[in-house]
Design a protein around this ligand. Structure first.
Ligand code: ATP
Length: 212
């Protein structure tokens, strides 16, 4: 297997996209795929796909394409899909509840194992098979969890983050609009849905795509 540290970040970001699509092909019983088919389906140009796949040690053959099983094997290893990665969710509001119900099981083994909230009306319930605990129990419950999804109100984001970091979390998916501060060894991916939506509408208006 090629060393995954050599994969450029831009390529690594496309891995889950490739993984999902190839997994679907595999489920449909397809054993090979061309870069053109992939390109049409996931809207990444085929030269980029070929370059990305060459990092994975997958060389497409002309007239044959890529071996779906080989690629899936590589992606599973690289994305740690073989291992179950437990995740905690903090803030069981509208967005948090939606994530618990969705729980990502269709695509991979990354699961939300527990959730926390300050609202006694939510504590003690199971949502989408995930138990909701009181936020006061965060430290005692989060002994083996390294990744967290943050869906609390913006005003709570930093103090909850500090507590998460203290328990040993080193990856946070931040859905609050807050720009949270973390130590250098903690990775934060920030998804501000309101900004994403605004930005989409702005780009649609000012940079319409060629209908070519
Ligand atoms: P809702 O309609 O349930 O209020 P919402 O997403 O609009 O949903 P927010 O005010 O954004 O609500 O809060 C999200 C969730 O975070 C709520 O369930 C709230 O109880 C919870 N929450 C608020 N403060 C904290 C805290 N300090 N620790 C943990 N959870 C908190």
């Amino acid at each position: 297997m090629p060393n995954q540290h050599k994969i450029p970040q831009a390529t690594a970001k496309r891995l889950p996209l490739y993984y999902r699509f190839l997994n679907n092909l595999h489920l449909q019983g397809k054993s090979r795929v061309s870069s053109k088919e992939l390109s049409d389906a996931i809207k990444v140009d085929s030269a980029t796909i070929r370059r990305d796949f060459s990092y994975f040690g997958a060389l497409g053959k002309k007239g044959y394409g890529y071996n779906v099983e080989y690629l899936l094997g590589f992606f599973r290893k690289t994305l740690d899909q073989d291992e179950n990665t437990p995740v905690a969710l903090i803030g069981v509001g509208n967005l948090g509840t939606a994530f618990l119900n969705y729980n990502f099981t269709k695509n991979n083994n990354t699961r939300i194992e527990m959730a926390f909230d300050a609202d006694m009306g939510k504590v003690g319930h199971m949502i989408g098979n995930v138990p909701v605990y009181h936020i006061d129990e965060l430290e005692e419950r989060m002994t083996d969890i390294k990744a967290a999804i943050l869906t609390v109100p913006v005003s709570e984001a930093q103090q909850i983050t500090d507590r998460l970091v203290e328990t040993g979390v080193n990856g946070i998916l931040n859905f609050t609009p807050a720009r949270i501060t973390v130590p250098e060894d903690v990775r934060v991916h920030h998804i501000d849905l309101a900004v994403e939506l605004q930005s989409l509408v702005y780009f649609m208006k000012h940079y319409p795509l060629d209908q070519e």
